[in-house]
Design a protein around this ligand. Structure first.
Ligand code: HEC
Length: 116
């Protein structure tokens, strides 16, 4: 029980960005650090795909800006001001120095059907 509480506290701190090592672990796990911009990113960037698309990237600031602009062309409903906030949030955490993301495992394919 104490162990679980300790783990929960550790991950809460990681998300709040207080502990750099734990924050790095959160990035590896593909979770989004808490930040004033997080709800905006969740609201604008998870309409067509999951957050994995974002959290698996390791880009520099210019590459993030280009990606966000590309998403806007695809139809992401973000204003110029929101694009700046979103790009700043993404390029703060998902940099080329961040630890590599764990690959997301696809479900196992269905068993082959017996031949007739
Ligand atoms: C209108 C639907 C839509 C919205 C909203 C959207 N995306 Fe995408 N996104 C796509 C599609 C479609 C792809 C895959 C095709 C491709 O990558 O060319 C994609 C792929 C991506 C990728 C994979 C790498 C890449 O460059 O293709 C990233 C990163 C990404 N989106 C980030 C974002 C961010 C950040 C936002 C919020 C600003 C966002 N997306 C909002 C449609 C969307």
């Amino acid at each position: 029980m104490t162990m679980i509480v300790a783990l929960l506290l550790a991950s809460a701190r990681a998300i709040a960005g207080e502990d750099p090592a734990a924050a790095a672990a959160a990035l590896t796990e593909g979770s989004m650090p808490d930040d004033a911009a997080k709800p905006l990113v969740q609201g604008k960037c998870m309409l067509c795909h999951t957050g994995d698309y974002l959290t698996q990237q390791r880009l520099n600031e210019g590459q993030w800006q280009k990606t966000v602009e590309k998403m806007r062309k695809f139809g992401a409903p973000a204003s110029d001001e929101e694009v700046k906030i979103i790009s700043a949030y993404l390029s703060k955490y998902w940099t080329q120095d961040a630890p590599p993301a764990k690959p997301v495992r696809a479900a196992a394919p269905p068993a082959p059907r017996p031949a007739r």
